[in-house]
Write a protein of this length. Structure first.
Lengths: 280, 251
């Protein structure tokens, strides 16, 4: 790779294009009319057509998808423009009685569109104001699940309870091969494998393939160790839901312990965040 | 039991806007079941409206964190907007924004309902199928039968959810409703929407803007200068829900 060192030190400014987003050709026309500071009823068709075509070219250059409606509008504008260039007596009358300015239809359309565009802005403000109100009995909005994170007293209790349940499955199974050796470090590697790529594993499912109490206990110790090392998050989607394991996204710092949360919220003075914080 | 408290309890327990009729019905049903125990008179729609006004005034006085809002042809309890920063932390998703395209399309539908897709596209000048789809998914609009126009295109209208999410009691509360609402033009044939349409379209009132394009533009031209067009304000729904009280707290 040959890179000019100067280029690396002083990369060129990224290309800045100040192009407003238009909601269609009518929107673009309104913008042009406003920019030209002309009256909507006396559109200078030449100037507006030029502006419109320039914008189309710009959009093309930026590889923006130009919807067919823009092309149709460009054709309409060009037609009106060409018609206006003809001497009055040579202008074709399309329909009887239609001897008016051909801009008429366009103006009508623009005015109609503008009414709704203005109304939509007002509606947007209403919507924004109303979105600050939480309705009583609103079943459509989902509450943030309470994740039991870190190893606070509550989480520890929940986890131990789950472990007891699993251990009880192995009560009667005494048949066990001597020499089966399980180590915590092996199990740590194995658990991390199970959780690789952001997979979630049910705490109970972790022990499905196991046959002995010893293996279960060693695996549980491995889970505790991983949580202590902040490599794994233990959580519940909702109260009384199955406990799940998930890889900690940022090693080391990702688990928010209760103490850390308390400290944090103390600083920010936002105690509501305590349980609901979606921080991972 | 004070009637104020009963109505408050009903509003508190409801998970949708309760109209004055809904509240009266609940009172009547209880009275029928518990014969003789209480001989309280069932309030009229106007009295319910006054009672709710009284409740709201009490909330204001006591600076409660909630209020009674007039939405969707009824009353519903909601938090006051100033508590949004705290309340929002409880919810999975922040209230989603609506794109300008969605708002424009929604505006056209709201003022001109029931309306077909080609008609919306004629006004906005762009294709709207994608936007319509997402507005349907968000339950802001719904189908309103089919037009009698050639091809019998699907018609659309706004929903009760729309009224609630925009803090509107009815469609006459839309901004500039008197100017923009097309009143019962009958373009699609009246049989399609007259009953199911939540009295959104007032067929009884003569259309305000009909006739040539020219007249339309003249009207548009005069809007800024002119006084509100006569008849525009009589366009209210016939007080069917009695919710014309004036204490709406909509921010």
């Amino acid at each position: 790779m040959f890179l000019n060192p100067e280029f690396i030190e002083n990369p060129p400014e990224p290309l800045k294009v100040d192009l407003p987003v238009f909601q269609g050709p009518l929107d673009l026309l309104l913008y042009l009319i406003k920019r030209e500071e002309v009256d909507i009823y006396s559109i200078p068709i030449e100037r507006i057509t030029d502006g419109f075509l320039k914008h189309l070219a710009m959009m093309q250059e930026l590889n923006l998808d130009i919807a067919g409606e823009y092309v149709v509008m460009a054709a309409t504008l060009l037609y009106i423009k060409s018609r206006s260039l003809l001497p009055k007596e040579q202008q074709i009358l399309i329909e009887e009685g239609e001897d008016e300015d051909p801009r008429w239809e366009l103006i009508r359309q623009l005015l109609e569109y503008k009414k709704f565009k203005d109304a939509s802005v007002k509606l947007g403000l209403l919507y924004e104001a109303q979105s600050k109100v939480a309705w009583r009995g609103d079943d459509d909005r989902e509450m943030i699940p309470k994740k039991v994170k870190g190893l606070g007293p509550e989480a520890m209790f929940v986890l131990l309870e789950a472990f007891q349940r699993i251990l009880s499955r192995f009560q009667e199974q005494e048949a066990r091969l001597e020499g089966d050796r399980f180590t915590v470090s092996d199990k740590i590697l194995w658990i991390r494998e199970q959780l690789a790529g952001g997979r979630r594993v049910l705490f109970s499912a972790l022990f499905d393939s196991m046959h002995s109490r010893e293996e279960v206990v060693v695996t549980f110790l491995a889970v505790l160790e991983l949580v202590r090392l902040k490599k794994v998050i233990v959580f519940q989607e909702t109260l009384f839901a199955e406990i799940e394991l998930e890889e900690s996204i940022e090693d080391g710092e990702s688990i928010i312990t209760e103490e850390a949360l308390e400290k944090e919220s103390g600083e920010e003075n936002v105690s509501v965040n305590l349980d609901a914080s979606p921080i991972k | 039991m004070k009637i104020e408290s009963i109505i408050e309890a009903l509003l508190f327990a409801a998970s949708k806007a309760m109209s004055a009729e809904d509240l009266i019905k609940a009172l009547e049903q209880t009275k029928a079941r518990e014969k003789g125990s209480k001989d309280e008179a069932i309030p009229t729609v106007e009295e319910v409206s006054a009672i709710i006004k009284g409740l709201q005034e009490a909330y204001d006085r006591e600076q409660r964190s909630f209020q009674i809002l007039e939405v969707n042809h009824g009353y519903r309890l909601g938090t006051r907007p100033e508590f949004a920063p705290w309340v929002e932390t409880l919810y999975q998703e922040k209230p989603t924004k609506l794109s300008p395209a969605a708002l424009e399309t929604l505006a056209v539908i709201a003022y001109r309902q029931p309306i077909s897709r080609p008609e919306i596209e004629a006004i906005r000048g762009v294709a709207v199928d994608g936007v319509i789809q997402s507005l349907m998914e968000r339950k802001l609009i719904k189908g309103a039968g089919r037009s009698n126009l050639p091809g019998r295109p699907q018609l659309y209208q706004t929903t009760g959810d729309f009224l609630e999410q925009f803090g509107l009691s009815n469609l006459d509360e839309l901004p500039d409703a008197h100017e923009l609402r097309r009143v019962g033009s009958g373009a699609h044939g009246g049989d399609l929407f007259e009953k199911k349409n939540e009295s959104d379209v007032d067929l009884a009132n003569p259309p305000l803007f009909q006739g040539s394009d020219e007249a339309d533009i003249q009207t548009a031209l005069n809007i800024e200068a002119s006084v509100p067009l006569s008849g525009a304000n009589e366009n209210q729904e016939g007080g069917s829900d009695g919710s014309q009280g004036s204490f709406s707290e909509t921010a």
